[in-house]
Design a protein around this ligand. Structure first.
Ligand SMILES: [Zn+2]
Length: 315
């Protein structure tokens, strides 16, 4: 069962050679979710060989162009490709206005139902849930209202032990998978732990872009397996970070350390850094489990048992 994040674009607002603006594709149990949709996202999705029709939900963090200017093109292509399934887009309240005016001006009547749902600028609100994940919000600290997202895998049922399965009547199997003890006809109780094994731990991913250093997020992201946090600048430009309400790599690492996350993934690099290694080098002494996002890389969060250690792999 997959839980993967593909970073389609890792650049900040200004174009940089070889970098694209923010967009990420999440694959959870083979369901696809798009997070932000900067210019060129369609092309990036094509390069990643993603069928647009498989994207069911899009999350837009804020109304700065490098996070949403690719959306209209993508919506329009979905229409041209004959999409009929509904599409849900979460974003700031202004997003619907912007999309509606463009559809009206081009006299486009979408073939598929498009639901643009406004996000309140607050943390801890569950905005989306299906059989696989729940998605809740993070109130980021930026120049316009900006929302981050926490994606949490739903807990999966316990696994029945093959050697004990004959003891469990069919009608009781679901209850046992959900953790109940088994009551036999003669009154004997078999404790659940003798019939099942612990299921893998639910996995989680938090997306924080763009934001100034915001320790108030810690309670909402504590212990997530992977935290994506913007690292637009190094400490040398801390004043610029403060003024533009972005973070330095050290601040991102400090937040990751204090929230005790599994891994930190840095992105949203200023175009002034030809190579983002300088940002990685600043983060590592504060939080050693730090990785750099790069164009088109996929980061996999593997399943793990409650007692097992894990290592993330990127491809
Ligand atoms: Zn921004």
């Amino acid at each position: 069962m997959r839980f993967e994040i593909t970073t389609l674009g890792t650049g900040a607002a200004l174009p940089a050679r070889g970098r694209y603006p923010s967009a990420q594709l999440l694959n959870v149990h083979d369901r696809l979710y798009l997070v932000d949709c900067g210019e060129g996202t369609q092309e990036r999705l094509r390069q990643a060989e993603v069928n647009f029709g498989r994207i069911a939900v899009i999350f837009i963090s804020h109304m700065h162009g490098d996070h949403y200017l690719g959306l209209m093109g993508l919506l329009s292509s979905m229409h041209l490709l004959g999409r009929q399934e509904e599409l849900i887009v979460f974003g700031p309240p202004e997003l619907k206005e912007v999309i509606d005016v463009q559809l009206r001006a081009s006299q486009t009547y979408l073939r598929y139902p498009l639901h643009i749902r406004p996000l309140a600028h607050a943390s801890g609100i569950t905005v989306f849930s299906n059989d696989h994940i729940t998605v809740s919000t993070l109130a980021l600290k930026h120049r316009v209202p900006t929302t981050g997202f926490v994606f949490r895998e739903k807990p999966v049922p316990r696994k029945l032990l093959m050697e004990k399965i004959h003891l469990i009547p069919h009608f009781a199997r679901n209850a046992v998978k959900l953790g109940e003890d088994l009551l036999l006809l003669d009154g004997t109780i078999i404790p659940n732990k003798e019939l099942t094994t612990e299921p893998p731990l639910p996995r989680s991913y938090a997306y924080c872009s763009d934001t100034a250093y915001a320790p108030e997020l810690i309670e909402h992201i504590r212990g997530v397996d992977l935290l994506y946090h913007e690292a637009t600048f190094t400490e040398e430009l801390a004043a610029r970070a403060k003024e533009t309400m972005h973070s330095t790599a050290k601040q991102a690492a400090t937040l990751a350390r204090d929230a005790q996350v599994g891994r930190l993934l840095l992105g949203h690099f200023s175009s002034r850094y030809k190579s983002p290694t300088v940002l990685l080098n600043e983060a590592l002494p504060v939080f050693e489990n730090t990785l750099l996002a790069s164009e088109g890389s996929t980061f996999t969060i593997p399943q793990r048992s409650p007692f097992g250690k894990w290592s993330m792999f990127a491809s």
